[in-house]
Design a protein around this ligand. Sequence first.
Ligand code: PEP
Length: 255
Amino acid sequence: MSSRKFFVGGNFKMNGSRASLSAIIEGLNKADLDSNVEIVIAPPAVYLGFTKEKVRQEIEVAAQNMFDKPSGAYTGEIAADQLKDIGIGWVILGHSERRTILGESDEVESHTKWNFTDIVCSLQDCICFTRRPQRENLDERESDKTLAVVTKQLEAVDKKIHNWENTVIAYEPIWAIGTGKAAVPEQAQEVHSAIRKWLAGKIGQEKANSVRIIYGGSVNAQNCREFASCPDVDGFLVGGASLKPEFHNIVSRTS
Ligand code: PEP
């Protein structure tokens, strides 16, 4: 049995209004949640304070992004200290939508996000490592490419990470995000186990064993149990389904 606390992140992306978020939050506040599961929800930035105020204390709130400067003329950006100021302890960094739609690169992310040792280390970082778009489903031949891409992304951020144990790593095959086509659990397990092996090479096996590696990509109430049974799948990053009542089933790993 793993000592890693199961982790479920809900990434609302650019969805929601005060009314619809209130309904989601109320549902979570009333739900019979499993205390063995850590839940972190990431509303759009404009609703961070609103969500933090309304949601029950056991559920943490994450920003979907942040900038690496402490303050200044960076229109539209949010600093780590500002997040901390309103009680936000988590941030998603490097989501594939920021890479593919907003043009961030592995290098830019690692460079811009992780320069503030003292600030970033006191936040918990959730980073997403995503596979580049590929034509077909994962197969034996492709798994080499997947591992090469993931390792390249890990190496890029490793230079800036000061505490991997404070970090949750999300593996998200790009083709599985928002498509309804989840990876096969065995293939997610293969990548997660490779990520842990890579981590062990950097920080030692014992520390690597304590880092949560979560899967993201069309997780729903039907497939979550099977993913959760993989030894190196320590939770999920859930997009679309986090806006629906089935999120309650996912956070309790039931269907
Ligand atoms: C995501 O946004 O990280 C994600 C995995 O989305 P979805 O669950 O909708 O595929």
